[in-house]
Design a protein around this ligand. Structure first.
Ligand code: NAD
Length: 492
């Protein structure tokens, strides 16, 4: 049985395998993955610190060259990368290629690092005095990533962290760790010096060692809300800067004037794509006014045409969920829904009796705050429909929710859409766009329990997070201008 290697100091390194990696489409064990202990974490942090010193002094053109080459290599290896992702995550090949394409955007953005790292210069701020600012790398970044985007989320962090002159230790999800190792090999091939990018595998204990290690300067985390909160509190208590992105419950508000065919298509794509295992998936459609019955009919009719199957079968619309435990958890939400007064319009849970970790598409009508199927992030192919009387009720529902990652509004009324985007307490908003993941030149991040820390990830905020500012004030006085003056320096 294959054991997924670490990638340390430019080498694949074997470890003791303890965790199991499955092929979710068959339910069979695919590989073992080792767990890094405190000693190994210590060694890798020392390697990364050493590498960071040299890399922080590399020229910006050298960094740009590495990232340009990485981009090309990822394009050339797209089929291979997608196959790795599909085998361990379960998503369809098309979806895996889509995630890689969105990750590539971040590499392309990072290629503009000379622009992104530019400082300011002010001439003659006082007589004979100039000021300029520079941004310097923070040092060693720990990147801790979730299972649902095994290449895109590592690229969200890695591209900008390396471009900024840092070394990175990536701790990918133990459930689909192989894409991270392949990324490390491609970075080596792209010319990244040894030790600048390392991959360590492990579990919660490994993460805790990274969070507490004095040799780590910054933590980028993406995962579930309880872990994000813990990562933020522990990392900041140990003096690190932390950005910790958490879970979500994304609403799609459909106003009475919306084109219901467009809205139904969007609900299907955003609700069931990737088996609903996206942090920006739509999990609640909020039908405003009298659109509920028509919308449920249109969504149901489309659901009945979906094909569930292995990710490497080109006819599958979506694949299995990540583990047996996660599948059973999803099934329980659907099974217990009627006791909360929810109508199960479509029940795909019979898929759970087949080999692999499948759940078919499920539609729950009548979800409301206070019901588990509404309050919790189910993270599966389960779409809820909430019915409200007015636009104001829809906004109130969105804003009362503990999460604030993404939200969408479907309408033909520009004023309503504009008002909505100003009134909702959510970080990313789509107007007739169901999954409004910002392009790489805008930063990604939610509000409320979807983000701990003030910095959004990637884009301009990514560069700011991975660098520290310095401001240099300069004077070249003539000896005749030099004098003793103990007053506070003034600009006028
Ligand atoms: P997870 O929180 O279980 O795991 C994320 C990472 O944290 C993994 O590397 C894991 O090994 C580690 N981890 C797990 N438990 C830990 C603990 N107790 N202490 C320290 N580290 C721990 O998340 P997941 O199940 O892999 O991913 C799905 C979740 O991620 C969903 O909640 C989803 O909404 C969220 N997510 C959010 C975003 C976003 O941008 N906001 C993006 C993708 C996924």
């Amino acid at each position: 049985m294959r054991t997924v290697p670490y990638f340390i100091n430019d080498e694949r390194v074997d470890g003791e395998g303890d965790l199991l990696v499955y092929n979710p489409a068959t339910g069979e064990v695919n590989a073992h993955v080792p767990i890094a202990d405190a000693q190994l974490v210590d060694n890798v942090v020392a390697i990364a610190r050493n590498a960071a010193t040299t890399w922080s002094n590399s020229s910006l053109s050298q960094r740009t060259n590495v990232l340009f080459t990485l981009r090309q290599l990822l394009v050339e290896h797209a089929d291979e990368m997608a196959a790795i992702i599909t085998q361990e995550h379960g998503k369809t090949i098309a979806d895996a290629k889509g995630e890689l394409a969105r990750g590539l955007e971040n590499v392309e953005y990072a290629c503009g690092l000379i622009e992104h790292l530019k400082g300011d210069f002010s001439s003659q701020v006082a007589d004979g005095v100039d000021v300029h600012s520079v941004r310097e790398p923070v040092g060693v970044v720990a990147a801790i990533t979730p299972f649902n985007f095994p290449i895109m989320v590592p690229l969200w962090m890695t591209a900008n962290a390396i471009a900024s002159g840092n070394a990175v230790i990536l701790k990918p999800s133990e459930r689909d760790p192989s894409a991270a190792v392949r990324l490390a090999e491609l970075l080596k091939e792209a010319g990244l010096p040894a030790g600048v990018f390392n991959v360590l595998h492990g579990n919660a204990d490994t993460v805790t060692q990274l969070l507490e290690h004095p040799g780590i300067d910054a933590i980028s985390f993406v995962g579930s809300t309880p872990v994000a909160r813990h990562v933020y509190l522990t990392g900041t208590a140990h003096g690190k800067r932390v950005q910790a992105l958490g879970g979500a419950k994304n609403h799609m508000v459909v106003l009475p004037d919306a084109d219901l065919d467009i809205a139904a298509n969007a609900a299907i794509n955003a609700g069931f794509g990737s088996a609903g295992e996206r942090c920006m998936a739509i999990s609640v459609v909020v039908a405003v006014g009298d659109v509920g019955d028509k919308l449920v009919d249109k969504i149901t009719e489309r659901m009945d045409r979906l094909t569930v199957g292995p990710g490497d079968d080109a006819t599958s619309d979506f694949g299995p969920v990540i583990t047996k435990e996660h599948r059973d958890r999803i099934v329980n939400y659907v099974a217990s829904a009627p006791s909360d007064g929810i109508t199960v319009v479509r029940d795909g849970t019979s898929w759970a009796s087949k080999p692999g970790f499948f759940v078919g598409p499920c539609l729950l009508d009548g979800v409301k705050p206070g019901m588990k199927a509404y309050d919790d992030e189910i993270f599966g192919p389960v779409l809820g429909v909430a019915r409200v009387a007015t636009y104001a009720d829809a906004v109130a529902m969105v804003n009362a929710n503990q999460y604030g990652n993404g939200v969408a509004i479907f309408t033909r009324d520009g004023n309503a859409a504009r008002l909505f985007s100003r009134e909702v307490t959510v970080g990313m908003i789509g107007v007739n766009v169901p999954i409004p993941v910002p392009v790489a030149s805008y930063s990604f991040g939610g509000w409320k329990n979807s983000l701990f820390g003030h910095s959004h990830i990637y884009g301009p905020e990514g560069f700011a997070f991975y660098t520290r500012a310095k401001v240099v004030t300069t004077r070249w006085p003539l000896p005749s201008e030099s004098q003793i003056d103990l007053g506070f320096p003034r600009t006028r």
